[in-house]
Write a protein that binds this ligand. Structure first.
Ligand SMILES: Cc1cc2nc3c(=O)[nH]c(=O)nc-3n(C[C@H](O)[C@H](O)[C@H](O)COP(=O)(O)O)c2cc1C
Length: 315
């Protein structure tokens, strides 16, 4: 059986993100994969308008898709992407995070929220995996949210991240071609993707560097101080990506370690169940507003002042 693997990039033409992606995809092709590759810069992708028509309908058990569906290329790409066994995403880092052509594309995926669509029987569950590549001119210090920003776009369509790599210090076009280690690591990422798709979904695990990042759950390198959540859940320290909660502990060799506490994976955003709890939060917060005459009165009283107020803009 031939596995379907799709590469998605948003970098300069014939440059680092494309080349490293190709190195990974070539390793997949060598193992018999059916490979597709696109650069998002070749497509017209509009910004999400924030209308929430998609989730509004889903909340009532209906499917309407996206209001922009016929206006750009998003659906054309998603039809192929969601039919894959795996994707490899390779994106340049701009201002510490993934470049905007990719983010614009990813933030148009709300109407494809797999946990919602499965719940209202529009789609059947499909297990897919992903490998992520961030490409920047500097070291990790200047790519602080790059891989984590890519990880954050994987939940909505349920791609399980099994490997990630960061290409550092490749600012010039094609500079990665002079770096043996980077090319070899990209190839390894492709091989890991093939290994993962050939593994039964329940047994698929992390194949990247075992000690990568702070978080033992999703391997992100971003931690945040916790604050009480809407339902009272409180963790002293949270993983900014998957939401795992716990504390920092000092190991015997004097290093710091993020230790996930007993109920710390309750809201793990990489799982359908964890995301489901966030849907409960949205419901509670929005329904809470509709049910509160006091809040409705405040909005009715105050809105005129803000809607009528105008400042000068730019011609
Ligand atoms: C607008 C802009 C912002 C950038 N910001 C960063 C950054 O914050 N960190 C970094 O490491 N590199 C940054 N870079 C460098 C690119 O990530 C680097 O040139 C990379 O090789 C681009 O990938 P590509 O060759 O696939 O297009 C920036 C480049 C541009 C054009």
């Amino acid at each position: 059986m031939s596995y379907k693997i799709m590469g998605i990039t948003a970098g300069r033409k014939n440059s680092n993100s494309e080349i490293l992606l190709k190195a990974a995809l070539m390793a997949c092709e060598e193992q018999g994969a059916d490979v597709t590759m696109i650069n998002l810069r070749d497509f017209n992708i509009l910004d999400c308008s924030g209308c929430t028509a998609c989730t509004g309908a889903m909340a009532q058990g209906k499917y309407v898709g996206c209001t922009l569906e016929k206006k750009d290329d998003k659906k054309r790409i998603m039809d192929v992407m969601l039919d894959q066994d795996a994707i490899i995403v390779s994106v340049p880092t701009y201002d510490l995070m993934p470049a905007s052509p990719y983010i614009t594309f990813a933030q148009r995926s709300l109407s494809y929220e797999t946990s919602f669509l499965e719940k209202i029987n529009v789609i059947e569950h499909k297990d897919r995996v992903a490998g992520l590549i961030s490409v920047g001119g500097s070291t990790r210090s200047w790519q602080a949210m790059a891989l984590e920003g890519l990880q954050a776009t994987m939940f909505t369509t349920d791609f399980k991240v099994v490997d990630m790599m960061m290409a550092t210090r490749v600012p010039a076009p094609m500079q990665c071609l002079a770096d043996d280690e980077l090319l070899a690591r990209a190839r390894k990422l492709g091989q890991n993707i093939m290994k993962s798709v050939a593994t039964p979904p329940a047994e698929r695990g992390w194949l990247g560097e075992p000690d990568m990042g702070w978080c033992p759950n999703c391997h992100s390198n971003l931690l945040a101080l916790g604050e009480p959540q809407w339902d009272g859940t409180y963790y002293p320290i949270e993983c900014a990506v998957c939401g795992a909660g716990g504390t920092l502990e000092k190991t015997e060799d004097g290093k710091w370690k993020f230790v996930i506490q007993e109920n710390g994976l309750l809201k793990d955003r990489t799982t359908v169940a964890g995301r489901g709890l966030h849907l409960d939060e949205i419901g509670e917060t929005q329904i809470g507003l509709f049910r509160s005459p006091e809040k409705q009165a405040k909005i009715a009283e105050r809105k005129g002042m803000f809607l009528e107020k105008k400042f000068k803009g730019i011609d």
